[in-house]
Design a protein around this ligand. Structure first.
Ligand code: PLP
Length: 361
């Protein structure tokens, strides 16, 4: 019996989620965000499945973009953080990578530049997130620098990112939306503001091009809402197996640190997955799992390769039985309710020693 930790990935659910996004943002162009190994789902396998169905793909670096080109991905690829070195401009132009310019250092690299092909570009403005982007007052200079460069294709895109799109009532949203809108009104190129949460919380912020990430993977981007509220289905189901089932007597301690003591005689199962697989030690106490489809919960600390579960709700469980950690039947959002963890962190944290297996579309 192999160890059993496996991430089952549903092609069908990935494409289903894309349809739901298109329904929520009809006629908008889509940059499908596949950075960070497609949120832990596998950048090549995810991107090849999305390739013919989206307008472009979003990555964080040239390396991620090149991995997609080597895998045969044809769509334009947006470098969401732009280029990190001047030499990357040539690589970008030759590989149909669209470059986000967010800093004057990058603009300086355009001086004296010669490229064999024109470069599609986005100008990123910091409308209030306080991360990347030109400040509002620097936009005219940044735009004219891009316009004057003969190798930059016209028109240039305008991009920004909301800080608290998942909290509809937060005041900063209105400040950012209004700042972006002022620029957008006189902008002749494509405009892009919306990540997953924005698509639903502020439909008027969808502009021309949306940039969904989390929605694609079937997870709710908004606290207190479930993926099913948006018609989404989880792409990843993380599962493993029971490798031990033992009766533990009243007063027995379970796991490192002896943090859990059995209040009564209980069947305790050990599952083959731990923080070395990305099943984080910081998951809350009593985190739910599904054993043979029945809800049970964790007890004690998660260790590197294993975790313990209370099997009192699943009397007939035996070694070898499947255990779902999140995904189909157990939305990842439920695991992190009330905890500081975010779904992005869990998904991107799944380690390569877990077997990845895509179901057919
Ligand atoms: C610039 C940018 N656009 C879009 C996204 C996608 O965000 P989400 O997964 O919340 O849709 C991200 C994610 O970090 C991002 O950095």
């Amino acid at each position: 019996m192999s160890r059993g930790a496996i991430a089952v990935l549903s092609s069908e659910n990935l494409l289903h989620n894309l349809v739901q996004i298109k329904l929520a943002a009809p006629s908008k162009s889509i940059i499908a965000m596949v950075k960070a190994n497609a949120y832990g789902h596998g950048i090549r396998s995810t991107a090849t499945r999305l390739d013919k169905h989206v307008d472009s793909l979003g990555v964080a670096s040239i390396e991620e973009g090149m991995a997609l080109r080597k895998a045969g991905v044809k769509s334009p690829i947006v470098l969401a953080e732009g280029i990190f070195e001047p030499d990357e401009l040539l690589i970008a132009a030759c590989n149909n990578f669209h470059v986000v310019f967010h800093d004057s250092t990058q603009l300086a690299w355009l001086k004296g530049l010669s490229l064999p092909l024109p470069l599609v570009s986005w100008l990123k403005v910091d409308s209030g997130l306080g991360r990347l982007g030109f400040s509002l007052c620097d936009v005219p200079y940044a735009l004219s620098t891009l316009k004057e460069c003969p190798y930059i294709k016209q028109p240039i895109g305008l991009m920004s990112h909301l800080s608290v799109a998942d909290d509809e009532k937060h005041l900063l949203n209105q400040i950012q939306l209004s700042a972006f809108n002022q620029l957008a009104n006189n902008w002749d190129g494509p405009k892009s503001l919306a990540n997953s949460a924005t698509i639903f919380t502020f439909p008027h912020g969808q502009y021309d091009v949306i940039r969904p990430g989390l929605l694609l993977y079937g997870v709710s981007p908004i606290k207190g809402k479930k993926a099913s509220d948006f018609g989404l289905k989880p792409v990843m189901t993380l599962q493993t197996r029971l490798i031990s089932v033992r009766r533990r007597e009243t007063g027995s301690f379970i796991g490192y640190g002896a943090t859990y003591k059995c209040a009564e005689s209980t069947n305790i199962g050990i599952i083959a997955i731990g923080y070395g697989d990305g099943y984080l030690r910081s998951l809350p106490a009593n985190t739910p799992v599904l054993v043979n489809g029945k809800r049970c919960h964790l007890v004690g600390r998660i260790s590197m390769d294993m975790a313990a579960i209370d099997l009192s709700q699943c009397g007939d469980a035996k070694v070898g039985d499947p255990v779902v950690l999140w995904g189909e039947g157990l939305p990842i959002e439920e695991l992190i309710e009330g905890s500081p963890l975010i779904a992005y962190e869990l998904l991107t944290g799944v380690q390569s020693r877990v077997n990845f297996h895509w179901t057919m579309a």
